[in-house]
Design a protein around this ligand. Sequence first.
Ligand code: PLP
Length: 293
Amino acid sequence: MGPFVDPLHLELPKAWASNGCFETMRAYGGRIFRLEDHLERLYASATSLGTRVEVDRRHVGRRLRTALKRSGLNEAVVRIALIPPPFASPKANIGPAGRAKGGGIIPRREEPASPSIVVQPATRPPASAYRRGAQVAIVPARKFAVGSINPQAKYSARLGSVLAVIDARLRGVDEALFLDEAGSVTESTASNFGIVSKEAVLTPPCWLGLLTGITREVLFELAQELRLQIREVPLTRHDLYNADEAFLTSTLKEVLPVTSIDGRRIGTGRPGPITKRLHRAFQRLVKRELHIN
Ligand SMILES: Cc1ncc(COP(=O)(O)O)c(C=O)c1O
């Protein structure tokens, strides 16, 4: 394991925006929610990136739990990044026949990536965001095609998302939504998306080009528990504008209501009852699973 493990950073180190991959986890009551799922996704991202990790998943899991414990935080955001080995000096990068060996922005394959861990106090949208709901805009830029940059891998470099957030802010709203090239809704910059229509929960299928979010997976469990219909279906802007409810899901947002999309009021313009039920059920499930009283 590399030297760069610090249990309580208040800022993310700059190297995190490099060409590595990462996971953001949430700890409740001093325990990480769905740790195994996050580790599985982290190692899958590393494989996609062609990066070897110097230690196995069990070891990384232990280091994450230790970092959390050492931070003394119960409610925390736990972040892990697999950062490619430090760039070589330009001289060291010239191989036989003067060919560049890599370095610069290209990760060096021969050296394994070492995990870096950062634990911070939990951040979540303020209570007022759950009361009034998020305002969302569909941004003009399209989601990368699956054959281009596969959204299943959580790569650190996220220029597409940064540009979309800038676009959303310029439109005066909280979050951006991406369409794919054909005009189907995919996801937000760091959250999955869904609607409620005629009492059924509808969310776009991952093959359209969106991350299989861990919270999105939990949503299917919750729908079953609450005996709600849930279906994966491609959604158009028309479907969104005419939805009864809409919401975003992510590790940090949990289930956040959306009350306006592109200036159109969704449903009554207030957080929807099914969205609120799903969020309450999510919070109950977390407590049950992590044995929190
Ligand atoms: C692009 C994208 N979609 C969706 C999500 C939500 O995933 P999860 O529920 O696993 O946090 C994230 C989370 O970081 C994300 O980056």
